[in-house]
Design a protein around this ligand. Structure first.
Ligand code: GLN
Length: 532
Protein backbone atom coordinates (compact mmCIF):
# COMPACT_ATOMS: atom_id res chain seq x y z
CA UNK A 1 0.00 0.00 0.00
CA UNK A 2 2.99 2.27 0.26
CA UNK A 3 3.55 4.33 3.35
CA UNK A 4 2.18 3.19 6.71
CA UNK A 5 -0.90 5.12 7.84
CA UNK A 6 -1.27 6.15 11.47
CA UNK A 7 -4.57 6.45 13.33
CA UNK A 8 -4.55 7.97 16.80
CA UNK A 9 -7.41 7.26 19.17
CA UNK A 10 -7.84 9.71 22.03
CA UNK A 11 -10.59 10.07 24.59
CA UNK A 12 -12.28 12.87 26.45
CA UNK A 13 -15.01 13.71 29.00
CA UNK A 14 -14.60 10.52 31.02
CA UNK A 15 -12.48 7.41 31.21
CA UNK A 16 -13.83 3.89 30.57
CA UNK A 17 -15.70 4.92 27.43
CA UNK A 18 -14.24 2.02 25.50
CA UNK A 19 -11.33 3.43 23.49
CA UNK A 20 -9.92 -0.08 23.35
CA UNK A 21 -13.10 -1.42 21.77
CA UNK A 22 -13.28 1.45 19.27
CA UNK A 23 -9.61 0.99 18.34
CA UNK A 24 -10.19 -2.75 17.95
CA UNK A 25 -13.31 -2.19 15.86
CA UNK A 26 -11.54 0.22 13.52
CA UNK A 27 -8.71 -2.30 13.25
CA UNK A 28 -11.17 -5.10 12.50
CA UNK A 29 -12.89 -3.14 9.72
CA UNK A 30 -9.62 -2.17 8.04
CA UNK A 31 -8.28 -5.69 8.38
CA UNK A 32 -11.45 -7.03 6.74
CA UNK A 33 -10.57 -4.86 3.72
CA UNK A 34 -7.32 -6.73 3.35
CA UNK A 35 -5.00 -4.33 5.15
CA UNK A 36 -2.26 -5.45 7.49
CA UNK A 37 -3.14 -3.77 10.78
CA UNK A 38 -1.73 -3.56 14.27
CA UNK A 39 -2.84 -1.66 17.36
CA UNK A 40 -0.71 -0.28 20.16
CA UNK A 41 -1.48 1.36 23.46
CA UNK A 42 0.41 4.21 25.10
CA UNK A 43 -0.27 4.49 28.82
CA UNK A 44 0.59 7.79 30.51
CA UNK A 45 1.54 6.33 33.90
CA UNK A 46 5.06 6.09 35.31
CA UNK A 47 5.18 2.32 35.90
CA UNK A 48 7.40 0.56 33.38
CA UNK A 49 4.57 -1.92 32.76
CA UNK A 50 1.37 -2.91 34.58
CA UNK A 51 3.01 -6.11 35.88
CA UNK A 52 3.34 -4.82 39.41
CA UNK A 53 -0.12 -3.21 39.50
CA UNK A 54 -2.93 -4.53 41.61
CA UNK A 55 -5.98 -5.64 39.58
CA UNK A 56 -8.04 -3.06 41.53
CA UNK A 57 -5.87 -0.38 39.95
CA UNK A 58 -5.75 -1.62 36.44
CA UNK A 59 -7.73 -4.82 35.91
CA UNK A 60 -6.06 -7.92 34.57
CA UNK A 61 -2.48 -7.96 33.44
CA UNK A 62 -2.35 -9.33 29.90
CA UNK A 63 0.72 -11.21 28.69
CA UNK A 64 2.03 -11.15 25.12
CA UNK A 65 3.77 -14.10 23.43
CA UNK A 66 7.13 -12.38 23.82
CA UNK A 67 6.63 -12.16 27.57
CA UNK A 68 5.53 -8.58 28.09
CA UNK A 69 3.14 -7.80 30.93
CA UNK A 70 0.68 -5.51 29.25
CA UNK A 71 -2.47 -3.47 29.51
CA UNK A 72 -5.68 -5.47 29.15
CA UNK A 73 -6.63 -3.54 26.01
CA UNK A 74 -4.04 -5.61 24.16
CA UNK A 75 -6.32 -8.54 24.92
CA UNK A 76 -9.12 -6.80 23.03
CA UNK A 77 -6.79 -6.13 20.10
CA UNK A 78 -5.85 -9.80 19.89
CA UNK A 79 -9.40 -11.10 20.40
CA UNK A 80 -10.86 -8.81 17.73
CA UNK A 81 -8.09 -9.00 15.14
CA UNK A 82 -6.68 -12.45 15.77
CA UNK A 83 -3.19 -10.90 15.69
CA UNK A 84 -0.37 -11.36 18.16
CA UNK A 85 0.89 -8.25 19.90
CA UNK A 86 4.34 -7.78 21.45
CA UNK A 87 6.24 -5.61 23.88
CA UNK A 88 6.30 -2.87 21.24
CA UNK A 89 2.49 -2.67 21.33
CA UNK A 90 2.34 -1.28 24.86
CA UNK A 91 4.44 1.67 25.94
CA UNK A 92 4.22 3.59 29.21
CA UNK A 93 5.56 6.97 30.23
CA UNK A 94 7.88 5.06 32.57
CA UNK A 95 9.45 3.26 29.62
CA UNK A 96 9.76 6.43 27.57
CA UNK A 97 11.55 8.25 30.38
CA UNK A 98 13.70 5.26 31.21
CA UNK A 99 14.95 4.97 27.69
CA UNK A 100 15.64 8.72 27.43
CA UNK A 101 17.48 8.68 30.75
CA UNK A 102 19.50 5.62 29.70
CA UNK A 103 20.49 7.44 26.52
CA UNK A 104 21.45 10.51 28.52
CA UNK A 105 23.72 8.40 30.75
CA UNK A 106 25.30 6.79 27.71
CA UNK A 107 26.08 10.24 26.42
CA UNK A 108 23.83 10.12 23.37
CA UNK A 109 22.75 13.73 23.92
CA UNK A 110 26.13 15.00 25.09
CA UNK A 111 26.08 18.72 25.73
CA UNK A 112 22.31 19.10 25.60
CA UNK A 113 19.69 19.82 28.25
CA UNK A 114 17.16 16.99 28.19
CA UNK A 115 13.62 18.31 27.95
CA UNK A 116 10.07 17.06 27.47
CA UNK A 117 10.11 18.72 24.05
CA UNK A 118 11.95 17.51 22.01
CA UNK A 119 13.54 14.57 23.83
CA UNK A 120 10.53 12.90 25.44
CA UNK A 121 8.27 13.69 22.49
CA UNK A 122 10.91 12.40 20.03
CA UNK A 123 11.09 9.15 21.98
CA UNK A 124 7.29 8.86 21.90
CA UNK A 125 7.28 9.52 18.15
CA UNK A 126 10.01 6.95 17.59
CA UNK A 127 7.94 4.38 19.47
CA UNK A 128 4.77 5.29 17.58
CA UNK A 129 6.54 4.58 14.31
CA UNK A 130 8.57 1.58 15.42
CA UNK A 131 6.07 -1.15 14.52
CA UNK A 132 5.14 0.43 11.21
CA UNK A 133 8.72 0.71 10.03
CA UNK A 134 9.83 -2.66 11.36
CA UNK A 135 7.00 -4.86 10.12
CA UNK A 136 5.55 -2.88 7.22
CA UNK A 137 2.04 -2.55 8.57
CA UNK A 138 -0.47 -0.73 6.37
CA UNK A 139 -2.12 0.75 9.43
CA UNK A 140 -0.82 1.34 12.93
CA UNK A 141 -3.58 2.35 15.32
CA UNK A 142 -2.30 4.06 18.45
CA UNK A 143 -4.59 4.31 21.44
CA UNK A 144 -3.62 6.95 23.99
CA UNK A 145 -4.63 5.99 27.53
CA UNK A 146 -6.22 8.46 29.90
CA UNK A 147 -8.35 11.45 28.92
CA UNK A 148 -7.52 14.69 27.17
CA UNK A 149 -6.78 17.35 29.75
CA UNK A 150 -4.77 15.08 32.06
CA UNK A 151 -1.33 16.48 32.83
CA UNK A 152 0.18 13.08 32.07
CA UNK A 153 -1.25 12.99 28.53
CA UNK A 154 0.32 16.23 27.35
CA UNK A 155 3.60 14.87 25.91
CA UNK A 156 1.60 12.27 23.94
CA UNK A 157 -0.75 14.88 22.53
CA UNK A 158 2.18 17.09 21.57
CA UNK A 159 3.72 14.10 19.77
CA UNK A 160 0.47 13.47 17.90
CA UNK A 161 0.30 17.13 16.94
CA UNK A 162 3.80 16.94 15.47
CA UNK A 163 3.18 13.64 13.71
CA UNK A 164 -0.05 14.90 12.15
CA UNK A 165 1.82 17.94 10.92
CA UNK A 166 4.68 15.86 9.51
CA UNK A 167 2.58 13.06 8.00
CA UNK A 168 -0.31 15.03 6.53
CA UNK A 169 -2.90 12.65 5.13
CA UNK A 170 -1.06 9.63 6.49
CA UNK A 171 -2.13 10.45 10.05
CA UNK A 172 -5.56 10.97 11.51
CA UNK A 173 -7.10 11.47 14.94
CA UNK A 174 -10.25 9.76 16.15
CA UNK A 175 -11.55 11.30 19.35
CA UNK A 176 -13.98 9.42 21.59
CA UNK A 177 -16.27 11.41 23.87
CA UNK A 178 -19.43 10.95 25.88
CA UNK A 179 -22.87 12.44 25.32
CA UNK A 180 -24.75 12.30 28.63
CA UNK A 181 -28.53 12.08 28.87
CA UNK A 182 -30.09 14.40 31.42
CA UNK A 183 -33.21 12.59 32.53
CA UNK A 184 -34.73 15.64 34.25
CA UNK A 185 -34.46 17.68 31.05
CA UNK A 186 -35.11 14.67 28.82
CA UNK A 187 -32.17 15.73 26.68
CA UNK A 188 -28.85 14.52 25.36
CA UNK A 189 -26.11 17.05 25.97
CA UNK A 190 -23.27 17.86 23.59
CA UNK A 191 -21.49 20.48 25.68
CA UNK A 192 -19.00 18.06 27.29
CA UNK A 193 -18.01 16.91 23.79
CA UNK A 194 -17.54 20.48 22.62
CA UNK A 195 -15.34 21.20 25.62
CA UNK A 196 -13.32 18.06 25.12
CA UNK A 197 -12.67 18.94 21.48
CA UNK A 198 -11.70 22.48 22.51
CA UNK A 199 -9.23 20.95 24.91
CA UNK A 200 -7.68 18.98 22.04
CA UNK A 201 -7.65 22.03 19.80
CA UNK A 202 -5.91 24.03 22.51
CA UNK A 203 -2.92 21.71 22.19
CA UNK A 204 -3.02 22.02 18.42
CA UNK A 205 -4.91 18.88 17.45
CA UNK A 206 -7.99 19.03 15.28
CA UNK A 207 -9.75 15.65 15.54
CA UNK A 208 -10.74 14.26 12.15
CA UNK A 209 -13.42 11.89 13.41
CA UNK A 210 -15.58 11.98 16.53
CA UNK A 211 -17.06 8.88 18.06
CA UNK A 212 -19.77 9.76 20.56
CA UNK A 213 -20.47 7.26 23.26
CA UNK A 214 -24.12 7.35 24.27
CA UNK A 215 -26.86 5.37 25.95
CA UNK A 216 -29.54 6.79 23.62
CA UNK A 217 -29.82 7.07 19.85
CA UNK A 218 -28.37 10.38 18.60
CA UNK A 219 -30.44 12.37 16.12
CA UNK A 220 -29.05 13.65 12.83
CA UNK A 221 -29.54 17.16 14.14
CA UNK A 222 -27.46 16.50 17.19
CA UNK A 223 -24.65 15.06 15.08
CA UNK A 224 -24.85 18.05 12.74
CA UNK A 225 -24.56 20.37 15.70
CA UNK A 226 -21.49 18.56 17.00
CA UNK A 227 -19.92 18.62 13.53
CA UNK A 228 -20.52 22.36 13.24
CA UNK A 229 -19.15 23.24 16.67
CA UNK A 230 -16.14 20.95 16.42
CA UNK A 231 -14.94 21.58 12.83
CA UNK A 232 -15.61 17.99 11.83
CA UNK A 233 -17.40 16.70 8.71
CA UNK A 234 -20.95 15.53 9.34
CA UNK A 235 -20.20 12.01 8.12
CA UNK A 236 -17.27 11.92 10.53
CA UNK A 237 -19.51 12.10 13.59
CA UNK A 238 -20.34 8.57 14.60
CA UNK A 239 -22.33 7.25 17.53
CA UNK A 240 -21.30 4.35 19.70
CA UNK A 241 -24.36 3.22 21.58
CA UNK A 242 -24.32 0.62 24.39
CA UNK A 243 -24.43 -2.90 22.97
CA UNK A 244 -25.33 -6.23 24.54
CA UNK A 245 -21.89 -7.45 23.48
CA UNK A 246 -18.74 -5.53 22.57
CA UNK A 247 -18.36 -7.74 19.50
CA UNK A 248 -21.34 -5.90 17.91
CA UNK A 249 -19.38 -2.66 17.83
CA UNK A 250 -17.47 -3.27 14.54
CA UNK A 251 -20.78 -3.89 12.75
CA UNK A 252 -22.35 -0.72 14.15
CA UNK A 253 -19.27 1.26 13.11
CA UNK A 254 -19.38 -0.26 9.64
CA UNK A 255 -23.07 0.67 9.25
CA UNK A 256 -22.12 4.29 9.88
CA UNK A 257 -19.28 4.11 7.38
CA UNK A 258 -16.51 4.77 9.88
CA UNK A 259 -14.00 2.75 7.86
CA UNK A 260 -15.04 4.43 4.61
CA UNK A 261 -14.59 7.87 6.19
CA UNK A 262 -11.11 6.87 7.34
CA UNK A 263 -10.12 5.58 3.90
CA UNK A 264 -11.43 8.68 2.16
CA UNK A 265 -9.68 11.02 4.56
CA UNK A 266 -6.43 9.15 4.00
CA UNK A 267 -6.82 9.18 0.23
CA UNK A 268 -7.24 5.42 -0.13
CA UNK A 269 -9.61 3.61 -2.51
CA UNK A 270 -12.86 2.54 -0.84
CA UNK A 271 -13.85 -0.54 -2.83
CA UNK A 272 -16.51 -2.98 -1.75
CA UNK A 273 -17.83 -3.26 1.78
CA UNK A 274 -16.55 -6.48 3.33
CA UNK A 275 -19.25 -8.84 4.56
CA UNK A 276 -17.54 -9.85 7.82
CA UNK A 277 -19.15 -13.28 7.35
CA UNK A 278 -17.53 -15.37 10.10
CA UNK A 279 -17.83 -12.45 12.53
CA UNK A 280 -21.57 -12.18 11.82
CA UNK A 281 -21.95 -15.95 12.15
CA UNK A 282 -20.36 -15.76 15.58
CA UNK A 283 -22.77 -12.99 16.64
CA UNK A 284 -25.78 -14.85 15.20
CA UNK A 285 -24.84 -17.91 17.14
CA UNK A 286 -24.35 -15.84 20.28
CA UNK A 287 -27.79 -14.24 19.94
CA UNK A 288 -29.52 -17.52 19.21
CA UNK A 289 -28.04 -19.30 22.23
CA UNK A 290 -30.61 -19.08 24.99
CA UNK A 291 -29.83 -22.08 27.14
CA UNK A 292 -27.30 -21.29 29.83
CA UNK A 293 -24.14 -22.97 31.00
CA UNK A 294 -23.47 -21.99 34.61
CA UNK A 295 -19.83 -21.47 35.49
CA UNK A 296 -18.48 -20.58 38.93
CA UNK A 297 -15.39 -18.39 38.97
CA UNK A 298 -13.55 -19.15 42.20
CA UNK A 299 -11.25 -16.22 42.92
CA UNK A 300 -10.60 -13.35 45.25
CA UNK A 301 -11.35 -10.33 43.03
CA UNK A 302 -15.01 -9.41 42.78
CA UNK A 303 -14.18 -7.26 39.81
CA UNK A 304 -15.00 -7.91 36.13
CA UNK A 305 -11.74 -6.55 34.78
CA UNK A 306 -9.55 -8.69 37.05
CA UNK A 307 -10.44 -11.82 35.07
CA UNK A 308 -11.19 -10.16 31.74
CA UNK A 309 -9.55 -12.68 29.41
CA UNK A 310 -11.01 -15.65 31.30
CA UNK A 311 -14.51 -14.16 31.04
CA UNK A 312 -14.07 -13.54 27.32
CA UNK A 313 -12.63 -17.00 26.68
CA UNK A 314 -15.55 -18.59 28.56
CA UNK A 315 -18.17 -16.58 26.71
CA UNK A 316 -16.56 -17.32 23.33
CA UNK A 317 -16.41 -21.03 24.11
CA UNK A 318 -20.04 -20.96 25.28
CA UNK A 319 -21.13 -19.36 21.99
CA UNK A 320 -19.38 -22.06 19.98
CA UNK A 321 -21.22 -24.62 22.13
CA UNK A 322 -24.51 -22.77 21.46
CA UNK A 323 -24.90 -21.74 25.07
CA UNK A 324 -25.01 -18.50 26.97
CA UNK A 325 -22.24 -18.25 29.54
CA UNK A 326 -23.82 -17.58 32.92
CA UNK A 327 -20.83 -16.75 35.06
CA UNK A 328 -21.04 -16.49 38.84
CA UNK A 329 -18.26 -15.08 40.94
CA UNK A 330 -17.54 -17.22 43.98
CA UNK A 331 -15.47 -15.37 46.56
CA UNK A 332 -12.82 -17.83 47.71
CA UNK A 333 -12.20 -15.79 50.86
CA UNK A 334 -15.69 -16.68 52.04
CA UNK A 335 -15.76 -20.36 51.06
CA UNK A 336 -15.87 -22.93 53.84
CA UNK A 337 -16.70 -26.62 54.12
CA UNK A 338 -20.04 -25.54 55.53
CA UNK A 339 -21.12 -23.34 52.62
CA UNK A 340 -19.31 -24.81 49.63
CA UNK A 341 -22.12 -27.14 48.62
CA UNK A 342 -24.75 -24.42 48.29
CA UNK A 343 -22.38 -22.30 46.21
CA UNK A 344 -21.08 -24.94 43.83
CA UNK A 345 -23.93 -27.46 43.62
CA UNK A 346 -25.76 -25.41 40.99
CA UNK A 347 -22.69 -24.90 38.81
CA UNK A 348 -22.06 -26.88 35.64
CA UNK A 349 -18.36 -26.29 36.04
CA UNK A 350 -15.90 -24.19 38.00
CA UNK A 351 -12.76 -22.23 37.19
CA UNK A 352 -10.06 -21.94 39.83
CA UNK A 353 -8.59 -18.53 39.08
CA UNK A 354 -4.98 -17.39 38.84
CA UNK A 355 -3.57 -15.12 41.51
CA UNK A 356 -0.77 -14.25 43.88
CA UNK A 357 -0.38 -14.54 47.62
CA UNK A 358 -2.12 -16.18 50.50
CA UNK A 359 -5.44 -14.32 50.49
CA UNK A 360 -8.37 -16.52 49.54
CA UNK A 361 -6.23 -19.58 48.98
CA UNK A 362 -7.84 -21.88 51.58
CA UNK A 363 -11.25 -21.33 49.98
CA UNK A 364 -9.83 -22.51 46.68
CA UNK A 365 -8.82 -25.80 48.33
CA UNK A 366 -12.34 -26.15 49.72
CA UNK A 367 -13.85 -25.63 46.26
CA UNK A 368 -11.41 -28.07 44.64
CA UNK A 369 -12.08 -30.74 47.22
CA UNK A 370 -15.81 -30.43 46.70
CA UNK A 371 -15.49 -30.48 42.92
CA UNK A 372 -13.08 -33.42 42.95
CA UNK A 373 -15.28 -35.52 45.24
CA UNK A 374 -18.50 -34.58 43.40
CA UNK A 375 -17.11 -34.84 39.88
CA UNK A 376 -17.78 -31.21 38.93
CA UNK A 377 -15.88 -30.17 35.77
CA UNK A 378 -12.98 -28.09 37.03
CA UNK A 379 -10.43 -25.94 35.26
CA UNK A 380 -7.48 -24.63 37.28
CA UNK A 381 -5.46 -21.84 35.73
CA UNK A 382 -1.93 -21.03 36.93
CA UNK A 383 -2.38 -20.55 40.69
CA UNK A 384 -5.55 -22.58 40.14
CA UNK A 385 -3.47 -25.49 38.84
CA UNK A 386 -1.08 -25.15 41.77
CA UNK A 387 -4.05 -25.28 44.16
CA UNK A 388 -5.31 -28.46 42.48
CA UNK A 389 -1.90 -30.01 43.10
CA UNK A 390 -1.81 -28.86 46.74
CA UNK A 391 -5.35 -30.05 47.51
CA UNK A 392 -4.51 -33.45 46.01
CA UNK A 393 -1.32 -33.69 48.09
CA UNK A 394 -3.19 -32.80 51.27
CA UNK A 395 -6.28 -34.95 50.84
CA UNK A 396 -5.17 -37.82 48.61
CA UNK A 397 -1.42 -38.21 49.16
CA UNK A 398 -1.92 -37.54 52.86
CA UNK A 399 0.53 -34.64 53.27
CA UNK A 400 -1.76 -32.46 55.34
CA UNK A 401 0.84 -29.68 55.48
CA UNK A 402 1.52 -29.61 51.71
CA UNK A 403 1.75 -26.15 50.28
CA UNK A 404 3.42 -23.84 47.78
CA UNK A 405 6.58 -22.10 48.89
CA UNK A 406 4.83 -18.90 47.93
CA UNK A 407 2.33 -19.37 50.77
CA UNK A 408 4.56 -21.11 53.30
CA UNK A 409 8.29 -20.80 52.84
CA UNK A 410 9.00 -23.52 55.38
CA UNK A 411 6.51 -26.14 54.27
CA UNK A 412 8.03 -29.63 54.56
CA UNK A 413 5.94 -30.75 51.57
CA UNK A 414 6.61 -28.11 48.96
CA UNK A 415 4.66 -29.72 46.14
CA UNK A 416 4.76 -26.30 44.49
CA UNK A 417 8.22 -24.82 44.68
CA UNK A 418 10.09 -21.73 43.58
CA UNK A 419 11.81 -22.24 40.21
CA UNK A 420 15.58 -22.58 40.32
CA UNK A 421 16.18 -19.52 38.14
CA UNK A 422 13.82 -17.46 40.29
CA UNK A 423 15.77 -17.94 43.51
CA UNK A 424 18.35 -15.24 42.95
CA UNK A 425 15.88 -12.67 41.65
CA UNK A 426 15.24 -9.65 43.85
CA UNK A 427 13.43 -7.24 41.50
CA UNK A 428 9.68 -7.81 41.28
CA UNK A 429 9.01 -6.13 37.93
CA UNK A 430 9.15 -8.21 34.73
CA UNK A 431 11.08 -11.08 36.31
CA UNK A 432 8.55 -13.91 36.37
CA UNK A 433 8.53 -16.77 33.89
CA UNK A 434 6.80 -14.82 31.17
CA UNK A 435 5.56 -15.40 27.65
CA UNK A 436 5.08 -18.40 25.38
CA UNK A 437 6.75 -21.73 26.13
CA UNK A 438 6.48 -25.03 24.38
CA UNK A 439 4.71 -27.98 25.93
CA UNK A 440 4.42 -31.61 24.82
CA UNK A 441 1.15 -33.37 25.51
CA UNK A 442 0.56 -36.95 26.57
CA UNK A 443 -1.41 -38.49 23.72
CA UNK A 444 -3.62 -40.35 26.16
CA UNK A 445 -4.93 -37.30 27.94
CA UNK A 446 -8.08 -35.14 27.87
CA UNK A 447 -5.89 -32.17 27.08
CA UNK A 448 -4.58 -33.88 23.95
CA UNK A 449 -8.15 -34.73 22.95
CA UNK A 450 -8.97 -31.04 23.20
CA UNK A 451 -5.93 -29.67 21.37
CA UNK A 452 -5.67 -32.54 18.86
CA UNK A 453 -1.98 -31.80 18.69
CA UNK A 454 1.05 -32.99 20.58
CA UNK A 455 3.04 -29.76 20.47
CA UNK A 456 1.49 -26.65 21.89
CA UNK A 457 2.72 -23.22 22.94
CA UNK A 458 1.10 -21.26 25.74
CA UNK A 459 1.80 -18.07 27.68
CA UNK A 460 3.07 -18.08 31.23
CA UNK A 461 3.22 -15.64 34.14
CA UNK A 462 4.40 -17.15 37.40
CA UNK A 463 7.37 -17.79 39.69
CA UNK A 464 6.41 -21.13 41.19
CA UNK A 465 6.23 -24.60 39.67
CA UNK A 466 5.06 -28.13 40.20
CA UNK A 467 7.80 -29.93 42.16
CA UNK A 468 9.00 -32.92 40.13
CA UNK A 469 10.19 -34.73 43.29
CA UNK A 470 6.54 -35.63 43.87
CA UNK A 471 5.68 -36.51 40.29
CA UNK A 472 5.71 -40.29 40.68
CA UNK A 473 3.61 -40.17 43.80
CA UNK A 474 1.00 -38.08 42.05
CA UNK A 475 0.88 -40.36 39.05
CA UNK A 476 0.58 -43.45 41.22
CA UNK A 477 -2.34 -41.89 43.07
CA UNK A 478 -4.22 -41.10 39.86
CA UNK A 479 -3.13 -37.61 38.86
CA UNK A 480 -1.69 -37.55 35.35
CA UNK A 481 1.08 -35.14 34.39
CA UNK A 482 -0.33 -34.56 30.92
CA UNK A 483 1.90 -31.81 29.60
CA UNK A 484 5.65 -31.34 29.99
CA UNK A 485 8.00 -28.59 28.90
CA UNK A 486 10.54 -30.38 26.68
CA UNK A 487 13.45 -28.13 27.68
CA UNK A 488 13.06 -27.85 31.43
CA UNK A 489 10.98 -30.97 32.10
CA UNK A 490 8.55 -28.80 34.09
CA UNK A 491 5.03 -30.16 34.52
CA UNK A 492 2.65 -27.73 32.82
CA UNK A 493 -0.61 -29.70 32.90
CA UNK A 494 -2.16 -32.04 35.44
CA UNK A 495 -5.41 -33.92 35.14
CA UNK A 496 -7.42 -36.60 36.90
CA UNK A 497 -8.43 -38.95 34.08
CA UNK A 498 -11.06 -40.81 36.11
CA UNK A 499 -13.09 -37.64 36.56
CA UNK A 500 -15.25 -36.06 33.87
CA UNK A 501 -13.07 -32.98 33.31
CA UNK A 502 -10.52 -32.07 35.94
CA UNK A 503 -7.56 -30.19 34.50
CA UNK A 504 -5.06 -27.72 35.83
CA UNK A 505 -2.70 -25.77 33.59
CA UNK A 506 0.34 -23.82 34.70
CA UNK A 507 -0.07 -21.42 31.77
CA UNK A 508 -2.79 -18.94 30.78
CA UNK A 509 -4.79 -20.32 27.84
CA UNK A 510 -7.29 -17.45 28.19
CA UNK A 511 -4.85 -14.98 26.63
CA UNK A 512 -4.94 -16.70 23.26
CA UNK A 513 -8.67 -17.27 22.86
CA UNK A 514 -10.08 -15.06 20.11
CA UNK A 515 -13.53 -14.46 18.63
CA UNK A 516 -12.85 -16.45 15.49
CA UNK A 517 -10.49 -18.94 17.13
CA UNK A 518 -11.83 -19.91 20.54
CA UNK A 519 -9.37 -21.81 22.73
CA UNK A 520 -9.63 -25.63 22.52
CA UNK A 521 -9.37 -26.12 26.30
CA UNK A 522 -12.16 -23.66 27.01
CA UNK A 523 -14.29 -25.28 24.29
CA UNK A 524 -13.76 -28.70 25.77
CA UNK A 525 -14.32 -27.49 29.35
CA UNK A 526 -17.64 -25.86 28.42
CA UNK A 527 -18.68 -28.96 26.52
CA UNK A 528 -18.01 -31.09 29.60
CA UNK A 529 -19.89 -28.60 31.76
CA UNK A 530 -22.92 -28.84 29.45
CA UNK A 531 -22.80 -32.64 29.53
CA UNK A 532 -22.94 -32.53 33.32
N1 GLN B 1 1.37 -17.02 42.31
C1 GLN B 1 1.67 -18.11 41.44
C2 GLN B 1 3.11 -18.07 40.96
O1 GLN B 1 3.73 -17.05 40.97
C3 GLN B 1 0.70 -18.18 40.28
C4 GLN B 1 0.69 -16.99 39.40
C5 GLN B 1 -0.54 -16.86 38.55
O2 GLN B 1 -1.58 -17.41 38.86
N2 GLN B 1 -0.45 -16.11 37.47
O3 GLN B 1 3.63 -19.06 40.52
Amino acid sequence: MGETKYIFVTGGVASSLGKGIISSSIGKLLQARGYNVTIQKFDPYINIDPGTLNPYEHGECYVTVDGHEADLDLGHYERFLGIQTTKANNITTGRIYKSVIDKERRGDYLGKTIQVIPHITDEIKRNVKLLGSKYKFDFVITEIGGTVGDIESLPYLESIRQLKWEMGRNALCVHLTYVPYLAAAGELKTKPTQHSVKELQSVGIQPDILVLRTEHELSTNLKKKVALFCNVDENAVVQSIDMPTIYEVPLRMQEQGLDVTILQKMGLPVGETPTLGPWRDFLDRRHKATEKVKIGLVGKYDLQDAYKSILEALSQAATYNDRKADIHFINSEKLTDANVEEQIKEMDGIIICPGFGQRGIEGKFVAIKYARTHNVPTFGICLGMQCIAIEFARNVLGYTDANSREMDEKTPHNVIDIMEEQKAITNMGGTMRLGAYECILDQHSKTFEAYKSEHIQERHRHRYEFNNDYKQEYEKAGMKCAGINPESDLVEIIEIPTLKWFIGVQFHPEYSSTVLKPHPLFLSFIKAAIDK
